[in-house]
Structures are given as structure tokens and as C-alpha cells.
Design a protein around this ligand. Structure first.
Ligand code: FES
Length: 149
């Protein structure tokens, strides 16, 4: 008794190289689409949304002092010098750690990677690529207003 070989290829338990590459491309596409949709539907907190101006009495911020406020969901520090009032985000522009104001040095310090910013928010040292985000400050009468009015 003789058997004839089956001319059709046997199904493999493994996927072919082509199927594997297609599966990888589909996975990448799905991951990209998911990320894009998430950013559209659930944008991260930013100062552009729900950024309601914050106000407080000028008397509560003496010359040389600071005042912490929250503007647009971001922690902000208002600095008062003899010359001006300035408001900066306390979010480090490197990887988002919270910077600390060091009054004795007149610097913002980021403890995560030793980033330093001067009293104008400009980068002094470390890995931060850009200055701290600055917000408008207005004085109307005896009231300080942080944010766009
Ligand atoms: S997160 Fe601030 S220096 Fe890296």
C-alpha cells in the first residue's frame, strides 16, 4: 500500500513573516490612533483652559515677597520687586517637577535634576530647555490680578 504525498502546504502553527510585519504595523497604527484620540478627548491640564484670573490685595504682597496662587490649574508664584510684579509657573520646563523659589539666591531651583532659573524665569543651569512659563500680572488700584483679563 502506497500513500501519495499531499501537494497542498500544511498550515503552520506560526504566523508568516509577512503576517508578523502586518500585525506589527497594525499594532503601531492602533497605538498611535489611541494616543491621538486620547489627546483630543482628554487634553492634559494647561493654562489655556479654565484660566480664570486670580486676584488678591496688593498689601498682601510686600516688596521682596512672594505669593503663591493657582492659575488655570497651575501653581504660580508671584514675585514682587521694587521694579515690578512677575508671575511664573512652578512647573519645571524639563520634566515637570515643581521648582522652589530660593529667596536668598533669587533663583528658582528644581530638585529633580538641579535645574536653576533666575528671577526672570530664564534658565541658569541644568537640563531645562526653555524658561519658566510667565503669566501676565496687572495692578488695578490696590488689587493684583494674575492672568489674562
Ligand atoms: S525636571 Fe526640573 S531639572 Fe529636570
Amino acid at each position: 500500500m502506497t500513500t501519495t504525498p499531499d501537494p497542498s502546504p500544511k498550515p503552520s502553527a506560526f504566523v508568516s513573516r509577512r503576517q508578523f510585519i502586518q500585525l506589527g504595523l497594525y499594532s503601531l497604527g492602533a497605538a498611535w490612533l489611541g494616543t491621538w484620540l486620547q489627546s483630543r478627548w482628554f487634553p492634559s491640564a494647561s493654562t489655556t483652559q479654565e484660566a480664570v484670573p486670580v486676584s488678591f490685595p496688593l498689601a498682601e504682597l510686600p516688596v521682596g515677597g512672594t505669593r503663591a496662587v493657582t492659575y488655570g490649574g497651575v501653581s504660580v508664584l508671584v514675585l514682587r520687586t521694587p521694579e515690578s510684579l512677575r508671575a511664573f509657573s512652578l512647573v519645571c520646563t524639563h520634566l515637570g517637577c515643581t521648582v522652589q523659589w530660593q529667596a536668598d539666591k533669587k533663583e528658582f531651583y528644581c530638585p529633580c535634576h538641579d535645574g536653576r532659573f533666575d528671577e526672570f524665569g530664564d534658565v541658569l543651569a541644568g537640563p531645562p530647555p526653555i524658561p519658566l512659563e510667565q503669566f501676565p500680572v496687572t495692578v488695578e488700584g490696590e488689587t493684583v490680578i494674575v492672568g489674562e483679563i
